[in-house]
Design a protein around this ligand. Structure first.
Ligand code: C2E
Ligand code: CA
Ligand code: CA
Ligand code: CA
Length: 279
């Protein structure tokens, strides 16, 4: 069941199960967190299977609250979206992530890209495109080194509205990744309607990869189809060697997961050796 928020966005009913008092308190704490610099980004490497090097990092937000302790994004992004606080938080994420990759490029031979998660609430905002261009200009990051991750559910709900914005950003060089592919209502037809450059196969799909690699060709078929369309494929949540073998066999481009590396602090990611550690 859905309700219409005051901004016209569909908001899922289940989120209102959180008591109002708690939600208002969370909003206050999130506002404070933004002002006091309580957010932090961690960076998870994406490994290119052919070169065994880092092709990119995904920026993942963390909240170190003096009141609540460490809070994961699954516990606060929804409320940040409903209160529109995701707009300034998302801008902070993009700027911080771009500063990180600029610094990384200054001290490294290889030039990995930075992937940033973008919420539908941000994409709806009329300033979104300008904000992205401003941050790129301010930080001096080449648009080709930035990837915006959007989720399937987001795209399904608002294909028309969001498609044009993504297309214009894509035309200026920014990469667009379809995140969490295979979770919920999957549809490969979205790949044709949107300027998708990367397909991120969800962990739930990766989890289905059997120990016997010939048992289940589904994930492999999705990889092959995407690749035939010229789309890069990144497998998420890779934890096992059997999954790695399967993904290699089907020519998956990149893997991201605990098997290779957990999300790292900026300091860890910066002096992280790019060529060793390959499982
Ligand atoms: P996501 O975009 O699908 O990010 C991948 C999540 O899987 C991350 O959780 C990551 O830590 C976790 N992960 C990576 N490899 C493995 C693995 O091998 N095994 C398992 N079990 N998990 C793995 P995290 O950091 O808790 O983020 C959760 C979600 O919160 C993200 O899912 C994303 O949807 C959202 N999120 C995170 N940062 C941001 C942000 O800056 N902005 C927005 N709008 N959403 C964010
Ligand atoms: Ca993501
Ligand atoms: Ca994902
Ligand atoms: Ca997600």
């Amino acid at each position: 069941a859905k309700k219409r928020g005051k901004n016209g966005l569909a908001i899922y009913e289940e989120s209102f199960s959180v008591p109002l008092k708690h939600r208002m308190e969370m909003e206050r704490l999130l506002r404070q967190a933004l002002q006091n610099g309580e957010f932090e980004l961690h960076y998870q490497p994406q490994i290119n299977l052919a070169s065994a090097g880092v092709e990119g990092f995904e920026a993942l937000i963390r909240w170190n609250s003096p009141v609540l302790g460490r809070v994961g994004p699954d516990q606060f992004i929804r409320i940040a979206e409903e209160t529109q606080l995701i707009v300034p938080i998302g801008e902070w994420v993009l700027r911080t992530a771009c500063e990180f990759i600029r610094d990384f490029h200054e001290s490294n031979e290889n030039k990995p890209s930075i992937s940033v998660n973008v919420s539908v609430v941000q994409l709806y905002g009329h300033r979104f495109e300008d904000m992205v261009r401003e941050v790129l200009a301010e930080t001096g990051v080449d648009p080709h080194h930035l990837e915006l991750e959007v989720t399937e559910s987001m795209v399904i709900e608002s294909l028309e509205l969001i498609g044009d914005k993504l297309k214009r950003l894509s035309d200026s060089g920014v990469n667009i990744a379809l995140d969490d592919f295979g979770r919920g209502f999957s549809s490969l037809s979205h790949l044709m309607k949107l300027p998708i450059t990367t397909l991120k196969i969800d962990k739930s799909f990766v989890d289905h990869i059997p120990d016997n690699r010939d048992d289940n060709p589904l994930t492999g078929l999705v990889i092959q189809l995407a690749k035939q369309m010229g789309i890069k494929v990144v497998a998420e949540g890779v934890e096992k060697y059997a999954q790695l073998d399967y993904l290699k066999k089907y020519d998956c481009d990149c893997i991201q997961g605990y098997l290779f590396s957990k999300p790292l602090t900026a300091a860890e990611a910066k002096d992280w050796n790019k060529t060793t550690n390959m499982p």
